[in-house]
Ligand binder design. Structure first.
Ligand SMILES: [Zn+2]
Length: 437
């Protein structure tokens, strides 16, 4: 079981990190110089929040200002830059080992054992830690590691899967969707896969359904962990956790859920933004960092008996787009597409592009990957209707002539992937991108 410590012990460790940070890091020294003593939680609440931008501007190799020690005996990792530019972090090897142990414990809790044959299908390279960290994590679990990666052709990945017959596959939802498309298209038998473990992206109900169509109804689909490349593992799941619910490893991270509109800590049961202080990292302290995720503390303890509290994740802040004054959630788009996925070659990998084409005209294009484009095209009208039925703003905009909306099918693998993480960006809002150079 994952170690659990009390809130009081968490504060004690968090205060110590703040003290080291202000004494030894130029950045924190300057930022915290007027804070005074941090002794109680009341004091703690005065500590300013850290943003993505601060991390980007003050981190190695751009600056040494955040570090509390010289750069030696460390590993450098990247966040992948999927939410803007890449940010980098450093960990001493001891801190790295702590990160590996927590991740290994999470895999054991998922039920992965030494008898499992585990296919590692993350993207390697570009300082992205998922692929190479899994080797050490699986070594700690004692499982058999198949370091296949997602950097190679999808057909070669499939060939390895058919040859070695792994029991567990670990990767991103984008990669699993691609595999499922191929498996359905070629009617392959992959019944040896008992578990799919994902990380890095949200796994929608659409994708789950699509994976069950490919891998069989009985395949277990589990979140590998709730992690961020900036802070490491922030949540893990037990048998009792629903898809979006995670135990917080209190021994490793101090998590607060904050209401930024009202500038206060959220009560349990009340949604807010995740703010994290890493308790195991001193070389490059992460203190009160706004991760960008929304979550809610669960009001009752988990039935599994683990003392670590649980939170329910509620998507990323900003995972929606504005249309005619309304905010449209990407989950609405998911629902509109849901009835068509896995049928007629239609994939669960798609991208919605929103763009201003002139002063008063907007173009919205939904591109969906397909293993059989001719066949999928027969569904274009129905998908358009389903979208307009759920998103009234598109229907009204089209009727009034200021929105054009199109559905296109593209080859499997044709949507642009992040070269670092391998993720498909589901929303490409060019209006927002242009406003943020
Ligand atoms: Zn539990």
């Amino acid at each position: 079981m994952m170690p659990a410590i009390s809130r009081e012990e968490q504060f004690q460790r968090a205060y110590r990190i703040v003290e080291v940070a202000r004494q030894k890091s130029r950045y924190y020294g300057e930022r915290y110089k007027d804070l005074g003593e941090i002794r109680t939680y009341e004091d703690w609440l005065r500590i300013p929040f850290m943003t993505h931008d601060a991390l980007y501007n003050h981190t190695y190799p751009r600056s040494l200002a955040m570090l509390t020690m010289p750069v030696e005996g460390m590993v450098v990792t990247s966040t992948g830059g999927s939410s803007g530019f890449a940010r980098y972090g450093v960990l001493t090897y001891d801190e790295w080992d702590a990160f590996v142990r927590v991740q290994a414990e999470a895999l054991k809790l998922m039920g992965i054992t030494s008898t499992d044959l585990v296919a590692n299908l993350f993207v390697a390279g570009s300082l992205w830690p998922s692929f190479f960290s899994l080797h050490e994590v699986l070594k700690e679990v004692g499982a058999v590691h198949l370091p296949i990666s997602a950097n190679i052709e999808i057909d070669r990945i499939l060939a390895y899967i058919l040859e070695f017959k792994p029991t567990v596959l670990l990767s991103l939802p984008t990669v699993f969707v691609f595999l499922a498309d191929k498996i359905i298209q070629q009617k392959l038998n992959v019944s040896h896969v008992r578990m799919i473990g994902y990380a890095g992206e949200h796994m929608s109900e659409n994708i789950r359904k699509h994976l069950r169509n490919a891998f069989g109804e009985d395949v277990q689909i589990r979140a590998l962990a709730y992690t961020s490349a900036d802070c490491g593992l922030m949540g893990y799941q037990c048998d009792q956790c629903d898809a979006k619910v995670y135990h917080v490893p209190t021994d490793f991270q101090f998590i607060e859920i904050y209401n930024f509109e009202e500038d206060r800590i959220c009560d349990s049961g009340e949604p807010g933004e995740v703010v994290v202080t890493n308790l195991a990292r001193v070389s490059f302290p992460i203190i009160r960092y706004r991760v960008g995720d929304l979550a809610t503390w669960q009001t009752s303890p988990c039935l599994c008996g683990d003392r670590n509290p649980t939170l329910s994740l509620g998507g990323r802040a900003g995972d929606d787009f504005k249309l005619g004054g309304a905010f449209i959630s990407m989950s609405t788009v998911e629902k509109a597409i849901a009835p068509f996925v896995s049928r007629d070659g239609i994939s669960a990998n798609y991208q919605l592009e929103v763009e201003d084409i002139s002063e008063n005209k907007m173009r919205i294009v939904l591109r969906i990957e397909s293993s059989d484009i001719e066949n999928s095209k027969r569904r274009v009208k129905e998908i358009e209707e389903s979208m307009k039925h759920r998103i009234d703003e598109i229907k009204v905009g089209e009727d009034l002539g200021y929105i054009t909306f199109e559905v296109h099918f593209v080859e499997l693998g044709a949507l642009p992937r992040s070269p670092i993480t391998g993720k498909v960006k589901r929303l490409k809002d060019k209006r927002v991108e242009e406003a943020q150079p």
